[in-house]
Design a protein around this ligand. Structure first.
Ligand code: AHM
Ligand code: MG
Length: 334
């Protein structure tokens, strides 16, 4: 039996211990969690809620939007814009930032999210999730897109919610990673795990192998050595797992270790990667680091990258320390 610590109590107690958690940040996190509960309900209804399928529109990245992408985006905006804790929001599904309208008070935080990561899994009833990242607005200016262009090290909170067999909220405010499970009878998130740790070693990797021929030589080498198994230079057999929703693949890694790889691909030479830095890679990197793992783009720590664009993309290698260090060392070789 779990000691009944619900999210509100967890945050209140954290706020007492951690000077970085202001009452506004606590409110913000509770509101995001509430929005995730609503998204979870919409996801659970599936075809009964007429939320399946495409919306016949494209987002700023030129990707077809699913109806649930749009619903999740709206739920997050509506839940967050009136509380007085935010100055603006940015999302994978919106080209520019969404400034809190004048009729509401402006707060000091900035919220970024991928409202529904793994959209291609929505219609096939496979787990998906919401990823979010919180920054502080620089003081003294009217909020602008420029304010969002802060390195991942500046995040004040990050987390995600997985809509799977259970609805699970995973959160960091910079002192470890906590996991909450949605208690549907009570309607609240219940703390089910604290101080998540990713083991340093693993024999499990997550990558879209169908892209293999498009990768760089260091990436080819890393996977090739894993695939040779016990008879190869690694001297052990590897297992592969690939859900196709980054948030869920990384959740598995936070739960039992592993390495997640989404490398640069020569089909799109001008894009540094597929995944987005600000609202996918940065929050997941911070969670991974807080659990003792490593997150790099192959050359440098993801959270040290100074963003120049809201929808900037990045190569991603994250998870168990020794595997990520190995991939990075292959990239560092001349
Ligand atoms: P999305 O935010 O539009 O869902 O795209 C991101 C997703 C990641 O969750 C996942 O790792 C990746 O795209 C899978 O892409 P692909 O199937 O092209 O390899
Ligand atoms: Mg995504």
């Amino acid at each position: 039996m779990y000691k009944k610590t619900y999210l509100t109590r967890y945050l209140v107690e954290k706020q007492r211990l951690n000077e970085h958690i202001s009452p506004e940040l606590r409110l913000l996190l509770e509101v995001v969690a509430r929005a995730c509960k609503r998204i979870s309900q919409a996801v659970n209804k599936g075809a009964l809620g007429e939320v399946m399928g495409s919306a016949d529109s494209e987002n700023v990245q030129g990707e077809m939007q699913k109806k649930l992408d749009i619903i999740a985006n709206e739920v997050l905006i509506e839940a967050n814009e009136w509380g007085g804790h935010l100055a603006a929001m940015a999302s994978e599904e919106m080209e520019g930032i969404h400034v809190v309208p004048n009729r509401y008070p402006q707060g000091e935080y900035l919220l970024m999210f991928d409202p529904l990561d793994g959209s291609s899994n929505i219609d096939v009833n496979v787990s998906i999730g919401t990823i979010f990242s919180v920054l502080k607005k620089p003081e003294g200016t009217l909020v602008s897109e420029q304010d969002f262009l802060q390195a991942g090290t500046k995040q004040v909170a990050a987390g995600y919610c997985v809509y799977g067999p259970q609805t699970t909220l995973v959160l960091t405010v910079g002192d470890g990673v906590a996991v909450f499970t949605l208690d549907r009878e009570h309607g609240s998130f219940l703390l089910t795990q604290e101080d998540l740790r990713i083991p340093d070693d693993t024999n499990e990797f997550a990558v879209n192998m169908s892209n293999q021929r498009h990768w760089t030589p260091p990436m080819q080498r890393y996977i090739d050595e894993c695939m040779q198994g016990i008879d190869g230079p690694r001297g052990k057999d590897f297992n592969m797992r690939w859900v196709g929703s980054m948030v869920v693949d990384v959740h598995r890694i936070l739960t039992r270790g592993g390495v997640f790889l989404y490398p640069w691909d020569r089909r799109e030479p001008n894009k540094p990667g597929k995944l987005r830095l600000m609202y996918e890679a940065n929050p997941m990197s911070w969670l991974v680091e807080q659990a003792g793992g490593v997150a790099t783009d192959g050359k440098c720590r993801i959270m040290d990258i100074q963003p120049s664009q809201l929808h900037q993309r990045v190569s991603v290698f994250m998870g168990s320390k020794n595997e990520v260090d190995r991939v990075a060392s292959y990239h560092a070789e001349p």
